[in-house]
Design a protein around this ligand. Structure first.
Ligand code: ADP
Ligand code: MG
Length: 293
């Protein structure tokens, strides 16, 4: 074809299922030497399921009441964890009441008013500080590789939920492909807590894990590599990843439900739900650049 190499690489990439927004982006993809991957929705399928519903003593709620309260507060949220909680309530035939004053706290959780109570749901570290009083429940679920979220009512922890998400079928192959391309394994950047992050990392061949990160911490990690002369590729799926995607040499968003905000900030979008298409894009870019030079 007479098409310039970078443009034909874009067309080729689109066939693989990744849309690069410009020839400049296509070129940059071939320059990256550090890869940072988000966990939930990027390395995992992003369709987690609630596996454990544990009311805490003193909260006065049984399992059904806890799940109903949590589903009410999570209902307006697009987050994969929120969808899991809402689905779990529906499966048990629970009809959550309507929440008001909803607020999403990216990388932390949600807050809403349900039946006159202020409810917060989110990561143990963000909600409870040191997690005092929850330690036992958390340790047990965390050891099983679960993502654990705490449900608080009027400032008091009333329960914990364990959530499990599966690694994507092509996650390990993607990690291996990036490792071959850059000479170093990708790094996992996640807002989830360390045990769940380590569990998933081990499954897909990642050893370097940065857990418990807020959106701005993901940005700081990217800046840190950049300050040392690296060109970073970030792949993420959520609103919490948008600042890191914008900061990176290349930001690639997983397309999908609730991803609108991420798509705007990204340089390229994975439209066919195949993570392995991203290292394939890097390879296409390198080939095209060789043809340009
Ligand atoms: P990741 O970086 O793995 O994609 P997020 O940054 O989206 O994860 O979320 C980080 C953590 O914040 C989650 O593990 C969870 O503890 C908490 N969290 C975020 N959103 C929600 C939500 N809607 N409901 C409950 N917990 C949430
Ligand atoms: Mg995510």
């Amino acid at each position: 074809s007479t098409m310039p190499p970078l443009l034909s690489a874009i067309a080729n990439g689109a066939r693989h299922g990744v849309l690069a927004k410009s020839a400049v982006v296509m070129e940059r993809l071939g320059q990256i030497d550090v890869v940072a991957l988000d966990k939930t929705g990027t390395l995992t399928e992003g369709t987690p399921r609630v596996t454990d519903v544990r009311p805490l003593p003193g909260g006065g709620l049984d399992e059904a009441a806890l799940l109903r309260l949590a589903a009410a507060a999570e209902h307006p949220s697009e987050h994969p964890l929120a969808r899991a909680v809402v689905a779990a309530a529906r499966e048990r035939g629970l009809a959550p009441p309507t929440a008001t004053d909803f607020a999403a706290l990216p990388g932390r959780g949600v807050a809403a008013t349900v039946g006159g109570h202020r409810v917060r749901i989110g990561s143990p570290a963000q909600l409870t500080g040191d997690g005092v009083g929850l330690a036992e429940e958390l340790a047990e679920l965390a050891a099983a590789g679960r993502t654990v979220v705490v449900v608080e009512r009027d400032g008091v922890p009333v329960g914990v939920l364990g959530v499990a998400d599966r690694a994507r079928a092509d996650a390990a192959a993607t990690v291996a492909a990036f490792t071959a391309l850059t000479g170093r394994a990708p790094v996992l950047l996640t807002g989830d807590h360390e045990p769940a992050a380590r569990h998933l990392a081990a499954e897909v061949g990642i050893t370097e894990v940065r857990a418990g990160l807020l959106p701005q911490d993901k940005v700081a990690a990217v800046r840190d590599w950049q300050a040392r002369g690296h060109r970073v590729l970030v792949v993420g799926d959520g609103v919490n990843d948008a600042p890191a995607l914008a900061t990176a040499h290349c930001g690639v968003a997983m397309g999908g439900v609730g991803a609108d905000l991420t798509l705007e900030t990204a340089d390229a979008v994975v439209v066919r739900d195949e993570l392995a298409a991203v290292p394939a894009m890097v390879r296409l870019s390198r080939t095209a650049r060789r043809l340009v030079v």
